[in-house]
Design a protein around this ligand. Structure first.
Ligand code: HEC
Length: 228
């Protein structure tokens, strides 16, 4: 039906001429130039017309992935983001540690952590994380200081030795300082860290390993054992 309509439209009277015409058109198209960018077709330098254009659009022209991170909508929502109004104070999110010794010194045990202090669970935290070095008596003579390696030498051979936490130096430190020493990898570790360099103390930086709440619990635990 469509085909016979087509004959009449192009003024052809019978099937034979139509087939000949179609062959002619096919030959012409075979020698034609088609520009994918503009859709312009040129046949044999004589006939010009325009077809739909299919410009090159790059390798991600068609988004067929359903995962969020492939979608343009997701990329559009990536930064730069709106910043919070100037002067606003964060009330949630990552912990912000002081950047000077004086600021650590002035820190006090946050009420939310002093209120729910549980001695048994703090002792457990100490046993798991600290006892190996500082010992069950807090005297700095933990098992690590006596371990002997396969070569017969002490395994812990790179000083300094774990601090005796019953010492006057520790006793006279404020709660904030103790929190700083625990968070920053000991007194020396924290001092180096506050100068902007990586800690060289053998003591780990517990800000990376224990929650803020656990570290404040350890401060209270130490205070309850060493006094002052
Ligand atoms: C791998 C061994 C090691 C572990 C584990 C360790 N410490 Fe230490 N700690 C040290 C060493 C060594 C020092 C002395 C060097 C320094 O202060 O950086 C020290 C120093 C300290 C100080 C400073 C004492 C002072 O007055 O100078 C405190 C407080 C402390 N540790 C508490 C802890 C607590 C609490 C834990 C457990 C969460 C812990 N440490 C785990 C090795 C360790």
């Amino acid at each position: 039906m469509t085909f016979s309509l087509g004959w009449k439209m192009i003024g052809l009277r019978n099937r034979k001429t139509a087939v000949l015409g179609a062959l002619l058109l096919a030959t012409l198209l075979a020698t034609a130039c088609y520009n994918t960018g503009t859709g312009a077709v040129n046949v044999g330098g004589a006939i010009n017309f325009t077809m739909p254009a299919f410009p090159e659009t790059g390798s991600h022209s068609v988004e067929m992935w359903t995962e969020m991170h492939f979608q343009p909508s997701y990329r559009v929502q990536e930064g730069p983001r709106l910043l919070p109004p100037e002067g606003s104070v964060p009330i949630s999110g990552a912990e912000i540690l002081p950047v000077s010794m004086d600021a650590f010194k002035a820190l006090e045990i946050p009420q939310e952590f002093s209120g729910n202090y549980d001695d048994a669970s703090a002792w457990r935290t100490y046993q798991v994380n600290c006892l190996v070095c500082h010992g069950g008596l807090l005297d700095g003579k933990g098992p690590i200081t006596t371990l002997v390696g396969s070569d017969g030498n002490l395994a812990y051979d790179r000083g300094p030795y774990p601090a005796d936490l019953r010492s006057d130096a520790t006793k006279n430190s404020t709660d904030g300082e103790l929190f700083g020493f625990i968070s920053g990898g000991g007194r020396q570790g924290l001092a180096v860290r506050l100068r902007g360099r990586d800690s060289t103390s053998p003591m780990p930086e517990y800000r990376k390993l224990l929650s803020e709440e656990d570290r404040w619990a350890l401060v209270q635990f130490l205070r309850s054992r060493i006094g002052q």
